[in-house]
Design a protein around this ligand. Structure first.
Ligand SMILES: Cc1cc2nc3c(=O)[nH]c(=O)nc-3n(C[C@H](O)[C@H](O)[C@H](O)COP(=O)(O)OP(=O)(O)OC[C@H]3O[C@@H](n4cnc5c(N)ncnc54)[C@H](O)[C@@H]3O)c2cc1C
Length: 301
């Protein structure tokens, strides 16, 4: 059986306590959220933190709510300790962004979804992470706290490379903020080898319409080697034009040409590149249909 190297275990009682423990532990301390990524890495000795700071008592970071009264309009605020299962079942997210439930349904299995957290998913920075792709598509913001204050960062700027983020060793990601966009539709699609597996390739999108015109659009791409997990050129090509099949095909082509997937045990790069275009086409079609209210209801043809 694989066992981790020796480590010291601390249990934080508040955000300030966790920040103080991080400062004491320095580079060799790591936060423990759901543990579904960190513990396997420790057992494989791919991570060897000297101190684990358990933040599971920080219930103040477990929330999902609509916040209004700000200059930028309403936002959905999601605390870092919110579990995947909460996102999957949330009526608030179902009302505004169906992309969340469609992604969550294909993340691992109920065991992982009951423990794995929003903060852990984003801070793990796995290139195939579905929730990161969703947050990149929606241009979500990450709220990051340290003992010297709070800063915000677009989630698209969080990943610095595989398993490396802009969150510093003495910082905690506390919240993800998603702007509410009335008149928008969103969708997520993933190809994986078997149920509960990581993506061979996945794509998410939102589209906001004014009549037939696309006034805003966002794309999120997982396991495809896309910088910022997105494709700005495809988004720009869509915005300001009509939401036609031709425009969607052009965006899908742009994604196919831009992504840089690598060949690995999940499939060859050419296959993933093909999937990138096809999945982009599918999620954009669904997002447009949802934004325009023309998506067939279940049972309709
Ligand atoms: C069998 C299996 C299948 C999976 N399949 C998928 C899948 O298909 N798609 C998918 O997207 N994911 C998948 N996952 C990953 C799953 O979503 C994990 O829950 C997630 O990656 C990590 O969340 P966690 O809360 O468990 O984080 P942890 O493992 O506790 O932590 C991960 C990293 O983030 C850091 N961290 C945690 N919280 C914070 C915070 N608030 N601020 C700063 N740093 C923090 C930790 O120090 C650690 O470095 C799978 C996992 C397993 C075990």
């Amino acid at each position: 059986m694989q066992v981790p190297a020796l480590f010291d275990y601390r249990r934080a009682s508040s955000i300030d306590d966790a920040l103080a423990l991080l400062e004491q532990g320095g580079e060799e301390a790591r936060l423990l959220a759901g543990g579904h990524s960190l513990l396997p890495m420790m057992k494989l000795r791919l991570a060897t933190p000297e101190t684990l700071i358990d933040i599971n008592d920080l219930t103040e970071l477990d929330y999902l709510r609509l916040e209004g009264g700000r200059a930028e309009g309403e936002v959905i605020a999601i605390g870092a300790m919110t579990r995947h299962a909460t996102l999957l079942d949330s009526p608030l997210l179902a009302e505004h962004y169906r992309i969340f439930a469609e992604a969550e349904r294909v993340i691992a299995d109920p065991l992982v979804r009951n423990r794995g957290t929003v903060g852990g998913s984003l801070c793990q920075a796995d290139p195939a992470e579905d929730l990161s792709a969703v947050c990149c598509a929606l241009r979500a913001e990450a709220v990051i706290r340290s003992s010297s204050g709070t800063r915000t960062l677009p989630v698209r700027e969080l990943d610095l490379g595989p398993y490396e983020t802009a969150v510093q060793p003495t910082e905690i990601l506390t919240e993800v903020r998603v702007p509410v966009r009335p008149g928008s539709g969103s969708a997520y699609a993933k190809v994986h080898r078997r149920a509960g597996d990581w993506a061979i390739a996945a794509a998410g999108a939102f589209v906001r319409l004014d009549g037939d015109t696309v006034v805003d659009a966002g794309l999120g791409l997982a396991a495809l080697g896309a910088p910022g997990m997105t494709c700005g050129a495809a988004e720009e090509g869509l915005i300001g034009g009509p939401a036609t099949a031709e425009a969607i095909d052009a965006a899908a082509r742009q994604v196919t040409e831009t992504v840089e997937p690598s060949t690995d045990q999940r499939g060859p790069a050419d296959y993933k590149r093909h999937l990138a275009g096809e999945l982009t086409r599918r999620v954009l079609r669904r997002a447009v249909a949802r934004a325009s209210g023309s998506e067939p209801q279940r049972g309709e043809h």
